[in-house]
Every structure is written in C-alpha cells, then in structure tokens.
Design a binder for this molecule. Structure first.
Ligand SMILES: C[S@@+](CC[C@H](N)C(=O)[O-])C[C@H]1O[C@@H](n2cnc3c(N)ncnc32)[C@H](O)[C@@H]1O
Length: 380
C-alpha cells in the first residue's frame, strides 16, 4: 500500500470520528508495531488492561514550543473537556498529565515503569500529575547536553530572563507493585529496572546522561565539555587540558544528526526545517518533527525500563523514535499519535530501522566518532 493510499484511508476514518490504526499492510504480521492515530486519552481506553511492559514517552511540555498548538492551547482545552476548566496554564497541564497518566496506568502491568521527558520549567507538574494518577515517582534522569541555545530577550544592563537550556529531565515513575518487588518480577516480569543491560563502562547506570560539547572531536574534548568535566570531578582530579580521560561513568548520547532524522523518510518530500525560528536559519529535511529525540538515548531508556521481549507503549509517538528504539532492542511496540502525517513518518522510520539495512546503518552510526563513548576520547 502506498503512503498516499494509507493517508487517504486514515483521513476517511478520522472524518468518521474513529481513531485509526496504521498498519502499513502488516496487520497479521506477528509482533508488527501497532501504530494508532488519535488522541491518546481516547485511544488508551481501547487497549487491553495490564498489557504493557513499559511506557517510554516524550509528551508535550506545555511551553508552547515553536507555537505548536499541541504544546499549548490543546492541553488546556483537553483538561477543560475532562472537567478541569478555569485553571491556570500550569494547573491545566498538571490535570491533563493526571488524565493521560490514569489511562496509561490502567494498561500498564503492575510494577511497569513509565519514563516521560519533561521541560525544566514544567516537569514538576508532569510528575505531580502522574503521581495523582496513582504512579509512584521513583527517580528523575537528567539528560545534560551542551547544544541548547538561549531564547531569552536581552535587556539593558546585561540582563536576561532565562538561562541557556542545558538539561532535559526524564521522570521515572512506576505502577505500584503487586505484592513485593520479587513477587511482581515473578508474576509479570516488571517491578525493577534492567540495570545489568544498561551498565556504562561496567558501572551501575547513573541518573545522568551527557552529551559532548560542540567543540569536541573524536580525539579530544573541548575544555568546557560537560562530560569531561563531570568525569574529572568524579575522579577528584582537575582533569586539566591534555590529560587522558578514563572511560566515562555517564552514558554519552548526542543530539540526533540530520542523517538520523531523515533515515527511512526517502518517500517524503524535502521541506525547509527551522528548528529555532529566532535564528532565521533553515535547512531541508524529510522529517520535520520539531522535537525529535536521539535513537541512542531512547534505546537505553527502552532497555532500562522494559523487560526483554515485552510491549513498549508511547502515547505521544511523534515521528516514532521510541518505536525505532523498541525495534532495535527487540521489544514489541504500540505508538499513539494525534497527527496523521507523523504517524506516516513514524511508520517509515520504524520500518527502515527494523529492516536489515537499517539495523546495519544503525550499528555503523553508533560506531562513528560522533557516537563513540567518551572512553575512547582524550582531552586536548
Ligand atoms: C514531543 S513530541 C514527541 C516526539 C518524539 N519523541 C520523536 O522523537 O519524534 C509529542 C507528540 O505528541 C503528539 N500529541 C500531542 N498531544 C497528543 C495527544 N493528546 N494524543 C496523541 N498524541 C499527541 C504531538 O502531535 C507530538 O507529535
């Protein structure tokens, strides 16, 4: 079935008010990813209770990212539709997180983990909403990167209203166990994180993930590189320029490259993509999703949270990075996305990375200098 035929079919079903299943013609293939188009609060009601091994997702942050409606007005409207009118923006976001969180909780197995990205400005509301829904907050992973660009206006006297963004928090929550953790593991395979499969240079994984500075090369870290400085500080030394670093104790994960963004999207037209409209710079891409996450990071999270072979759910699938990660980590996948265009892109990306050629390309990309763990780098 061509992409156009699939899109027409999705549109007809949406017009009839149904949520749509985009199966790319593979409905009968065992273990094929299940991609559903619609509002996750409604679609989740139709999924089987206690069927999900982990939820790994990147929901809207409610910060009005690039003027996207799904990241602002739509959240308040959804909260109002569910009886939470007259709330401030932050309160409505918290209420809405509670609404989708309750639906997610219902389909999760006891002891299953839910990992959700948030914004430094709003993740406290995300965590509170999930807690109100009945999930336990277990931890917060910090993804520390050095690629953020300050969006603050500047004022007289060298003043600004925000700092340069350098972290993204990931809330780690769990559906309460059924009995003890041991009993939950025995009954459902859930209840604990797969730390053994996620060790970093042999160490118990930390709740911090870092990226390198833009000035780092395959040979050496830039003097201000966060990964290098953290490692040096953890060793108790100064880690001066020119010293050889020991292998990092933090997972290293770069932001996605353009090649990673577009892989599998060859059937879609190229369009100008402007990640930061304030800079006025745009470049062509076939996957214009504004908030794409890196595959390597999503693979680590999927591996950490979801028991081997179990089902990963992403209720805010976007262009499907969690689905790509699930395919590469050999977990089953169910994704929900409101926008049909993104469902199509997600389908194409997951197919690409799940195929033999995509897997090989993924291995090559992961082995490239930009992806090599810090252990192989030296300071200059
Ligand atoms: C932050 S993006 C996820 C990006 C994804 N991690 C990726 O790498 O492509 C959030 C996505 O959730 C979708 N979305 C927002 N509200 C939704 C809802 N109520 N139900 C389903 N999808 C929704 C948006 O259209 C958007 O694509």
């Amino acid at each position: 079935m061509t992409s156009t035929t699939r899109t027409k079919r999705l549109t007809r079903r949406r017009d009839r008010g149904e949520h749509c299943e985009s199966d790319g013609g593979r409905r009968n293939r065992k273990g094929a990813p299940r991609l559903l188009q619609g509002d996750c609060v409604e679609v989740l009601k139709e999924l089987e209770p206690m069927s999900v091994g982990a939820v790994v997702c990147d929901p809207p942050y409610a910060i009005g990212w690039q003027g996207e409606r799904w990241d602002s007005g739509a959240i308040r409207e959804a909260a109002a539709r569910h009886g939470h009118g007259r709330l401030s923006k932050p309160e409505a976001f918290e209420a809405w997180c509670g609404i989708w969180g309750s639906e997610a909780l219902r389909v999760m197995k006891p002891g299953a983990f839910l990992l959700a990205f948030g914004s430094p400005r709003t993740h406290h509301r995300l965590a509170a909403g999930l807690e109100d829904a009945g999930l336990e907050i277990r931890d917060t992973v910090i993804w520390l990167h050095s690629r953020g660009i300050s969006k603050s206006r500047h004022y007289a006297g060298g003043r600004a209203t925000t700092l340069k963004p350098a972290i993204e928090p990931i809330v780690v929550a769990r559906r309460p166990n059924e009995g003890t953790t041991e009993e939950t593991i025995g009954r459902h395979g859930t209840g604990a994180l797969n730390v053994e499969d996620c060790r970093v240079e042999g160490r118990h994984p930390a709740n911090a993930v870092v990226t390198h500075d833009e000035g780092c090369t395959a040979e050496a870290c830039a003097p201000s590189c966060a990964a290098a400085l953290l490692d040096a500080a953890a060793e108790g030394g100064e880690g001066g320029v020119g010293t050889q670093l020991r292998p990092t104790r933090f997972l290293y994960c770069p932001k996605p490259t353009r090649t990673e963004r577009d892989a599998g999207c060859e059937e879609f037209p190229e369009q100008a993509f402007n990640l930061l409209p304030s800079t006025g710079k745009s470049r062509p891409t076939r996957n214009p999703h504004p908030t794409l996450k890196p595959i390597e990071l999503m693979r680590w999270l999927v591996r950490l949270a979801c028991p081997a072979g179990d089902l990963v759910l992403d209720p805010f699938m976007g262009s499907g990075t969690t689905g790509v990660a699930a395919a590469l980590e050999r977990r089953r996948f169910c994704g929900i996305e409101k926008e049909e265009g993104f469902v199509e892109i997600a389908r194409a990306r997951i197919d690409h990375w799940a195929s033999g050629a995509g897997r090989r390309a993924g291995d090559d990309a992961v082995g490239s200098p930009a992806h090599r763990p810090l252990g192989s780098r030296r300071r200059r």
